[in-house]
Design a protein around this ligand. Structure first.
Ligand code: GLU
Length: 259
């Protein structure tokens, strides 16, 4: 059994992260599983090395430990390109040139050959989307299911959208990087926040299309602040570093990081 804690270094860790880390590390201790730390830093405009270092420092100070070396996704961008090339080679992806405001007005759809050639020759930037229609054809009726919070979930492909699997700006996406790495690192159990629960059917779809194993999923609840909002780096929740400076001990912080 193997699991992982996979934060994105876009800011300093706060209590919500500690709670998430605790959920994963406690799961691994209870089941005698290995727990990896993975840094999900594909978005180099938002991720910073000092935040990665702070993750190591804060988690270490709190008493968590993990095997070395830690996988940094930014060092494996070519792996994600290979996975995208496989999906593209199966005819499952299409180029999407639409801007955010155009997408608000109309759903994305593949362009005609002529339109596509014209946009490509004009050098317009594009995202790659996963065509659910093409996926359906490729799966030819195969039922997709997975375990989430100990229950079997059946995927209804008709409810899924053509998600972006390669962003215009970074050429890959969270969906590709996370599923690729869970495969590459032999992750058997994915423990993560319920904010990602709706993404799981897409991950299982990608794993199936790529013939990668489907891990067992567990989504935990998130700590809410007083206003009922999810705690996040953007809402300026107190960082662990600042709590440490104020004299809080790891025990205080771990005791507060409960669901
Ligand atoms: N990197 C993601 C995040 O920071 C978590 C990925 C996952 O656990 O699947 O929200």
């Amino acid at each position: 059994m193997k699991t992982r804690f996979a934060p994105s270094p876009t800011g300093y860790l706060h209590l919500g992260h500690v709670m998430a880390a605790k959920a994963v590390f406690d799961f691994s201790v209870d089941r005698n599983a290995q727990c990896l730390l993975r840094i999900e830093d594909i978005d180099q405009t938002r991720c910073r090395p000092e935040f990665t270092q702070a993750i190591f420092d804060d988690l270490g100070w709190l008493g968590f430990s993990w095997p070395q070396p830690v996988r940094l996704q930014s060092e494996h961008m070519s792996d994600y390109q290979s996975a995208l090339a496989t999906l593209r080679g199966q005819g499952l992806l299409y180029e999407c040139f639409k801007t955010r405001s155009e997408l608000a007005a109309a759903c994305p759809a593949p362009l005609s050959k002529a339109e596509l050639a014209q946009r490509l020759s004009a050098g317009k930037p594009y995202a790659l989307r996963l065509s659910i229609k093409a996926c359906k054809a490729s799966l030819s009726g195969k039922a997709l299911s997975y375990i989430d919070n100990e229950q079997e979930k059946i995927i209804n492909l008709d409810k899924l959208e053509d998600i972006v699997v390669a962003r215009k700006d970074i050429g890959t996406s969270y969906h590709i990087a996370v599923t690729h790495d869970d495969m590459a690192q032999n992750i058997t159990h994915v423990i993560r926040g319920e904010d990602l629960q709706d993404q799981t059917p897409y991950h299982v779809l990608i794993q199936t299309l790529m013939s990668w194993p489907v891990p067992i999923y567990h989504h935990h609840t998130l700590i809410m602040d007083k206003e009922g909002q999810k705690l996040s780096k953007r809402s300026f929740s107190a960082s662990i570093a600042s709590m440490r400076e104020l004299g809080h001990t790891p025990q205080d912080i771990l005791a507060r990081a409960v669901i």
